[in-house]
Design a protein around this ligand. Structure first.
Ligand SMILES: C[S@@+](CC[C@H](N)C(=O)[O-])C[C@H]1O[C@@H](n2cnc3c(N)ncnc32)[C@H](O)[C@@H]1O
Length: 216
């Protein structure tokens, strides 16, 4: 089979929008707009209604209608999934992502979405659990282990912390101990598990299906 020629860089699609049409005289008089983006164009990975907005203005607007579920992920091995989970948490408008364990986490899969998402650190499960108890938030463990309830029949409270484990060991005994329920996603193939980021996306989608208003 003949190899296809490489696609020239110039043919690659440009994301986003160019400079605001009409130049500076036509710029909107609204402090949420970023003058640099108006001048240069906005190639960021943001939905169209936030085009040309300053980042802090976008975060402030998201903060007005964040969903009341939190996401927590154990981080004992610098898991590559964490960045992807942060990205999904942003997409599904989670209140906050809680990194449990090592403070440093692998940002690669986040694709800078962490700048729009509240992310906090807890050194261990005990401190996450203490924080959640103070907020009156039940912790729902997500793992496919004995005693877990299949997602369609499981409770996903409107206000809750959805807690995920890491590649390899899954959720720690301390995490399972801190949870009020365990939810699993049914599987049909030969692999023992999904990766944590895929599992997190499924659960967040299902939380939104149950509780969220239609997307704007
Ligand atoms: C790669 S899994 C590892 C642990 C898994 N219990 C096993 O037996 O292999 C890492 C994490 O992804 C999530 N996960 C993966 N597959 C899942 C499923 N089918 N249902 C619920 N959570 C899952 C859980 O949070 C889990 O701790």
């Amino acid at each position: 089979m003949t190899d296809l020629p490489p696609v020239p860089a110039a043919a690659a699609p440009a994301y986003g929008v160019g400079p605001w049409p009409g130049g500076p005289d036509a710029w909107p008089d609204d402090p949420r707009y970023d003058r640099q983006l108006l001048a240069d164009g906005d190639r960021r990975n943001v939905v169209d209604r936030y085009r040309y907005w300053r980042m802090d203005a976008i975060v402030a607007e998201l903060d007005t209608h964040r969903h009341p579920f939190h996401v927590a992920i154990e981080n004992w091995q610098h898991d590559l999934n964490i960045g992807s989970i942060v990205r999904s948490a942003n997409a599904f408008l989670a209140d906050t992502v809680h990194i449990v364990g090592r403070r440093r986490w692998n940002r690669r899969g986040a694709m800078v979405t962490d700048r729009y998402q509240h992310v906090v650190h807890h050194p261990d499960v005990a401190s996450l659990a203490a924080w959640a108890a103070g907020e009156g938030l039940p912790i729902i463990a997500v793992d496919n282990i004995g005693g877990s309830v299949a997602l369609p029949a499981a409770e996903l409270p409107e206000r809750c912390v959805l807690l995920f484990g890491q590649e390899g060991p899954g959720l720690s005994p301390e995490a399972l101990e801190a949870a009020t329920g365990i939810v699993q996603i049914s599987q049909y193939g030969s692999t023992r598990s999904l990766n944590a980021a895929a599992a997190a996306a499924v659960i967040m989608y299902d939380w939104c299906r149950r509780w969220a208003a239609p997307a704007r």
